[in-house]
Design a protein around this ligand. Structure first.
Ligand code: 5AD
Ligand code: FES
Length: 345
């Protein structure tokens, strides 16, 4: 099979346009082989706590955008977040992901207190934040308070496409600035993009891969776009499973040691979507750990799965899926290979 790492933008776009063509099967096998080399059969878990669905932004694709007046808004307070972590710890999670919209209520002071309280109560766990664009100073303060990873999908690395997905106040340059600041501060950084978002071309996806190659993030979240009926993109069609699998496999080959989640969106698109993506090189799952009464309100897209289940149900459902696919769900922080702390003496 041709070496993806030597392909030009046009060659990558062509490969994507043909869905991998005759090399598709070989690509998926190579992706699997590289994952086994870097991480064996281990699949890492992250407990996802969706702690606010207030958002000051208006991304055209996102169900919790400011102008969606049908979204019922909620916030979790510090005690509720800590209760989620407590339950999560008992369920075997050693990473907590605090994810939310860009909610001005959560000032640096408030977030610092939350991060610090989790850091103190769960010293053996990793704290991941996913709170959108903030200032470098803010990222630094949260890092100093004990957060060590940050997820901020770049969404699309093509400036023109970026403007088609976002209102004019949101700038690709600022998104890039954030990602580079996070890296420089020392976070393990997660970027990522949607597959099949409106106006996306194979060239856009090639730009995503080349951008990721340059950024060298520790994690990359890839999931299909799924329309949400109360957004401007409510009547566009969803991305496909076939293309999502292709992008996951291509990325594994381009960044062999990257952590790649089998996302909730891919599980929403196809009942066996996560299993199929795991077989194509993904090695992380992020079950929902939010309180059941708020889950239905964190609707980034329609028909999102796992919104009615208790945290324990999600945990065991995922474990079964991972194990039936031939992998092992581990109780581990699941750091990137280059960031492993050795506890051996
Ligand atoms: N379909 C799929 N993914 C979406 N996201 C937001 N809206 C949608 C949608 N309609 C993704 C974005 C965001 C992440 C938290 O969820 O990529 O970064
Ligand atoms: Fe919230 Fe886009 S609508 S980040």
């Amino acid at each position: 099979m041709r070496d993806l790492n030597r392909m030009t933008r046009e060659e990558l776009a062509d490969f994507i346009r043909k869905n991998g063509g005759t090399e598709r099967q070989e690509l998926i096998e190579e992706s699997n082989r590289l994952r086994l080399l870097s991480y064996g059969r281990d699949v890492y878990t992250r407990g996802l706590i969706e702690f606010t669905n207030y958002c000051k932004n208006n991304c055209y694709y996102c169900g919790i955008r400011k102008d969606n007046h049908n979204a019922e808004r909620y916030r979790l307070i510090q005690e509720q977040i800590l209760e989620c972590c407590q339950l999560g710890w008992q369920l075997g999670y050693r990473t907590f992901v605090l994810q939310g919209g860009e909610d001005p209520y959560f000032t640096d002071d408030r977030l610092e207190r939350i991060v610090h309280s989790i850091r103190t109560a769960f010293p053996d766990c990793a704290i991941t934040l996913s709170l959108g664009e903030r200032s470098r100073e803010s990222y630094q303060r949260l890092y100093d308070a004990g957060a060590e990873r940050y997820l901020l999908r770049h969404e699309t690395a093509n400036d023109i496409h970026y403007r088609q997905l976002h209102p004019k106040e949101m700038l690709w340059d600022n998104r890039r600035r954030c990602l580079w600041d996070l890296r420089e501060i020392g976070y393990q950084v997660g970027a990522g993009f949607m597959v099949g978002s409106p106006f996306q071309t194979p060239e856009c996806l090639a730009d995503d891969l080349l951008f990721l190659k340059e950024l060298q993030p520790h994690m990359v979240g890839i999931g299909p776009f799924i329309p949400q009926k109360d957004t401007p993109f409510g009547s566009y069609s969803a991305g496909t499973l076939e293309q999502t699998i292709l992008m996951v496999a291509m990325l594994r080959v381009m960044l062999p040691a990257v952590l790649l989640p089998a996302t909730t969106a891919v599980g929403t698109l196809d009942p066996l979507g996560r299993e199929k993506v795991l077989k194509a090189g993904a090695n992380v799952v992020m079950p929902n750990l939010s309180p059941v009464d708020v889950r239905k309100k964190y609707l980034l897209y329609d028909n999102k799965i796992c919104t009615g289940d208790e945290a324990a149900e999600c945990r065991f459902c995922i474990q079964g899926r991972v194990e039936r696919t031939g992998y092992t769900l581990t109780v581990d922080r699941g750091d990137h290979k280059d960031r492993r702390v050795s506890y051996a003496n």
